[in-house]
Design a protein around this ligand. Structure first.
Ligand SMILES: C[S@@+](CC[C@H](N)C(=O)[O-])C[C@H]1O[C@@H](n2cnc3c(N)ncnc32)[C@H](O)[C@@H]1O
Length: 220
């Protein structure tokens, strides 16, 4: 089906609350474990999570990577307020910080991060090159990059089936967000083209019936 873009930010109070309360544990755990495996044995550094939302992945990564500093970046002030609130009291809070910024942002530091990760941001962006250019801008030579997002289904009916399969018991606001996100998502094929245009030699893998994952290291 043709892609249907959705609003870039999801920062209204009810969207933030529903999103922060939703159970994304399985996906976030799998995403974070894969990052931790890729960085096992690597020299410690600073990792940035682009579009970090309520910060669950930042906290998981801080727990899994005890020598690393973790930065979460997001354009939604309410999202970041929730992230800050939920990080207070975490045993890893001193290694996590949050930054309010909207990509693209040329004022962000160049080549400053030894790992750049992002989950479920790309489909929000009006221009997907904003994410890939941010990776080029922010990643240090040899940095590990991991990006995951939804893979747009072929038809709206297929998108509805995924909502039923994975969000049947979620609040209506979240079910609609999920359906709209599936319709706004880029396919793995489209992502391959975006990476080629950005000059990023990274692998694209389909990792579930609704997700693709981009991963790899930039040249040292
Ligand atoms: C679907 S949420 C994903 C949150 C988190 N990564 C997760 O996996 O739970 C997408 C996030 O991207 C943020 N966002 C959208 N456009 C952005 C931009 N241009 N720059 C930075 N963040 C953006 C939104 O505010 C939202 O918090």
């Amino acid at each position: 089906m043709k892609r249907i873009p959705e609003p870039e930010l999801m920062d209204s109070q009810d969207q933030v609350e529903a999103y922060a309360a939703a159970d994304f544990a399985d996906g976030n755990r799998a995403f974070s474990e894969r990052v931790a495996e890729a960085l096992a044995g690597a020299a410690a550094g600073t990792l940035i999570d682009l579009g970090c939302g309520p910060g669950d992945i930042c906290r998981r990564l801080a727990a899994a990577l005890p020598a690393w500093s973790i930065e979460g970046l997001d354009a939604g002030p309410n999202m970041l307020e929730t992230a800050e609130r939920d990080t207070v009291g975490s045993p890893h809070a001193d290694r996590i910080r949050y930054r309010l910024a909207r990509l693209p942002d040329p004022s962000l530091a160049s080549s400053a991060y030894q790992a750049v990760v992002s989950n479920s941001l790309l489909h929000h962006l009006p221009d997907p090159s904003a994410l890939w250019q941010a990776v080029v801008q922010l990643a240090a030579p040899g940095a590990y990059v991991q990006v995951m997002d939804l893979d747009r289904p072929d038809t709206p009916t297929a998108a509805r089936s995924l909502v039923e399969a994975y969000a049947r018991d979620e609040p209506e606001v979240l079910r609609e967000d999920f359906f709209n996100s599936l319709c706004a998502a880029w396919t793995a094929e489209e992502v391959r083209d975006q990476l080629a245009q950005a000059g990023l030699a990274l692998a694209v893998e389909r990792v579930s019936d609704r997700h693709w994952l981009v991963h790899g290291r930039l040249p040292a």
